[in-house]
Structures are given as structure tokens and as C-alpha cells.
Design a protein around this ligand. Structure first.
Ligand code: PGA
Length: 269
């Protein structure tokens, strides 16, 4: 069973001093959680990563650091960009890639996302790949097809020698997290039902089976989109929901702590 995983995605929120307040609050709450058997990841804005990394070095706070975006080259003439090497150097272990806000507002394509995933893996970062359908695609019954495409283009090797059939072709890297984030559920207060989420998560796991076999059972598949302390238990009770990626609700340390607490309890019940 994958370890339950809780991601706080702050998006473009929090200055360095606001981040410090959040960390100190989390530090107070965390001893109330079980000592092991879960993990938390904080995807902070670039500007706060260095100070958070420093804070974590001197703290017992159990949270891994993630960036929310990355470039696909190690270095070079890419004004305004941040490389995977730089993130690794800062103490990041993870990086969110392919968030729908980047796909839709910054025209990120599956090809670009794939390059980023590859580069992140090479630099020793674990990508958190976000996939999900738009409202229209959902209405047209295309949810699974869209997600399969995103997974295939983002992660599956295009080298025919890497598998007996196209479906069994290897992934371009071994370690990654998937976040299923229906675009229409992000920041809207609307969500699919837990059983609808479970259906999609099961399909996602099935996608990896031909290439990865039993290893597919270890992939952490998270749900994201208007997760709150009120609705998290419903999602976490589902067998293929291994955690959540929370945006708005993660801005409060107290709420994020409660979500972790309720999420772990729902999983262990
Ligand atoms: P939300 O954001 O929790 O505010 O809906 C989720 C996300 O974008 O990852």
C-alpha cells in the first residue's frame, strides 16, 4: 500500500515571513500526528524555498519541500527560469509538473511537460504529475481518454524497444506521483464524488500495470480540487486514493494539519 501523502500547494501565495508563520504553526501541531506512516509535501513559491529549506534543517518538522514548476534544462540562456539542478540544490525533493493552471494559463503542452518530467528525474527530483479533464471533456464523456493521453505523453517511453506492445512500454522514469485534478474542481468548491474519483484513480493505476506490473500498486495517486477538512475523509476512504493535493485549504497550517489528521484516520479505519 502506498504511504498516504498530503501536498500543500500554495500557488502564488505567501511572502517569506508568512511562510515562516505557517511553518511555526505546523511545527506546533505536528507532534499530535502519528510519528510515521504518512508524508507531507509543501509546494511553496520559488521565493520562499530557500528560507523554508533553512527552517527545515533546524526543525523536527516532517515535511518535504517541492517547487511548483521547473525548466527542462540544467542551465543556460533561459531568462526568468529555474532549473531542476537549482531546485535540488535548494533542498527540494519534489516538483509539481503539468498543473492545469500552467497547462491552461501558460500554454504548457504535453511535450513540454514530458521534457520537464525527464529533466526533474535526472536531477534527482520526484515529479508530481497533474492530470485531469476540463468540464467540457467530462460532459462529453472523455475523462479517461484525456487522462490516458496526458499520462502517455507525459510519462511513457516512445522507444519501441522498451516494451513488447505500445501499452507495455517503460515509463521515462521510475519514481513519480500522480495527482488527479479535474480542472473544473480546482478552486471552485465543486468536486466529483469520492466514488467518481476512485473510478478515475483505478483507471490511472491500470494504465501503469502493463509496463510496471506490481510496482503500479505502489504509485501514490492523489486527488486534488477543492479538498477541505470537511470532505477529505470521503476521498481518503477510497482504496485507490493515496492522498490529496490541496490548494486553498492548505494556506492555513491548522487546516492542513487537520486534513492530514483526518486523512490518516480515514485510511487506517
Ligand atoms: P484547490 O486547488 O484545492 O484550491 O481547489 C487545488 C490545486 O490546484 O492543486
Amino acid at each position: 500500500m502506498p504511504v498516504p501523502c498530503f501536498v500543500a500547494n500554495w500557488k502564488m501565495n505567501k511572502t517569506i515571513s508568512e511562510a515562516a508563520v505557517w511553518l511555526r504553526e505546523m511545527e506546533k501541531c505536528q507532534p499530535l500526528l502519528p510519528a510515521s506512516g504518512w508524508e507531507a509535501i509543501l509546494a511553496a513559491p520559488f521565493t520562499a524555498l530557500a528560507s523554508i529549506s533553512e527552517f527545515l534543517k533546524g526543525s523536527a518538522l516532517k515535511i518535504h519541500l517541492a517547487a511548483q514548476n521547473v525548466h527542462f534544462e540544467e542551465k543556460g540562456a533561459f531568462t526568468g527560469e529555474i532549473s531542476p539542478l537549482m531546485l535540488h540544490d535548494l533542498g527540494c525533493r519534489y516538483v509539481v509538473i503539468g498543473h492545469s493552471e500552467r497547462r491552461l494559463q501558460f500554454w504548457e503542452t504535453d511535450l513540454l511537460i514530458r521534457q520537464k518530467i525527464k529533466a526533474a528525474g535526472q536531477a534527482g527530483l520526484v515529479p508530481i504529475l497533474c492530470v485531469g479533464e476540463t468540464r467540457r471533456e467530462r460532459k462529453e464523456g472523455k475523462t479517461i481518454r484525456v487522462i490516458h493521453q496526458q499520462l502517455k505523453k507525459g510519462l511513457r517511453s516512445d522507444d519501441p524497444k522498451s516494451g513488447a506492445t505500445p501499452n507495455s512500454r517503460k515509463m521515462i522514469l521510475d519514481r513519480f506521483i500522480i495527482a488527479y485534478e479535474p480542472v473544473w474542481a480546482i478552486g471552485t468548491g465543486e468536486t466529483p464524488t469520492p466514488s467518481e474519483v476512485e473510478t478515475v484513480h483505478r483507471e490511472i493505476r491500470k494504465f501503469f500495470k502493463p509496463a510496471m506490473g506490481e510496482k503500479a500498486d505502489e504509485i501514490q495517486i492523489l486527488y486534488g480540487g477543492s479538498v477541505t477538512e470537511q470532505n477529505i475523509e470521503g476521498f481518503m476512504k477510497e482504496p485507490d486514493v493515496d492522498g490529496v493535493l490541496a490548494g486553498g485549504a492548505s494556506l492555513s497550517a491548522e487546516t492542513f494539519y487537520k486534513m492530514i489528521d483526518r486523512g490518516i484516520k480515514a485510511k487506517n479505519r
